[in-house]
Design a binder for this molecule. Structure first.
Ligand SMILES: C[S@@+](CC[C@H](N)C(=O)[O-])C[C@H]1O[C@@H](n2cnc3c(N)ncnc32)[C@H](O)[C@@H]1O
Length: 212
């Protein structure tokens, strides 16, 4: 999936991945990240997820990275705040109280520019990337977040039955990507109601990654 793919999806409003409400696994499992009251959570490939509003409403601080300026414009519009926009090297930084969203390619974001984060929440980010991009993504994310604990929501399904994204990312791959840096605990492995895109049987896997 290259940048053009995602820009085209946002331009055509083909955003079936957007939930429009807080993610149930985030609501159920946030406490497992052990955040302080004003902790800072990083959402890679954040789109315009409503999870951001939900986290901010809990007093947490949020940082995001998103390729699509359209997505980020819609995010701030739906939050009802006008961002302060500045250059951040090859990216743009869109800021509001408690919220920093880096607009551009996450691979061009550095740990220095991101600043310290206390946790990572990956929903539909790892699974948005094709197999060849997942190892560099996982390594970059671990470096960006200095191995902060991570809540990771993945899909598993028979990849011959449907094309990604979202891609199927099996437990073995999560182990291979993150097992050296983190202790992994699978918190949930539950069927996707109605299947993926309403047809392919799929499961949603929720992982907690803690520094090894
Ligand atoms: C499947 S969507 C998930 C969005 C969000 N996490 C959610 O749960 O709604 C993947 C998002 O990643 C963004 N994206 C893809 N490649 C990216 C990259 N290299 N850097 C930053 N964002 C990227 C896309 O524009 C898209 O909004």
């Amino acid at each position: 999936m290259d940048a053009d793919f995602w820009h085209a999806r946002w331009t055509a409003n083909q955003i079936g991945f957007h939930e429009g409400k807080p993610n149930v696994h985030l609501e159920a499992r946030l406490a497992r990240l052990g955040l302080a009251a004003d902790g800072r959570v990083f959402l890679p490939l954040c789109g315009k997820t409503r999870d951001i509003a939900w986290l901010l409403a809990r007093g947490l601080r949020v940082a995001g990275a998103e390729l699509s300026p359209l997505a980020v414009a819609q995010l701030f519009e739906e939050l009802g705040v006008a961002p302060e926009i500045s250059a951040a090297g090859p990216l743009e930084l869109h800021r509001a109280p408690g919220l920093d969203v880096f607009v551009g390619d996450i691979f061009a974001l550095s740990a220095d520019r991101l600043g310290p984060v206390d946790a990572v929440y990956d929903r539909a980010a790892l699974v948005a990337l094709p197999p060849s991009m997942r190892p560099p993504y996982a390594a970059h994310l671990a470096a960006l977040a200095a191995r902060a604990p991570q809540l990771l929501v993945c899909f598993t399904y028979d990849q011959t039955q449907a094309e990604g994204p979202p891609f199927s990312v099996a437990a073995e791959e999560v182990e291979a990507l993150y097992g050296a840096a983190y202790r992994l605990e699978r918190l949930d492995n539950c069927p996707v109601p109605g299947g993926l895109r309403g047809k392919v049987p799929a499961k949603e896997n929720v992982w907690l990654l803690e520094p090894a």
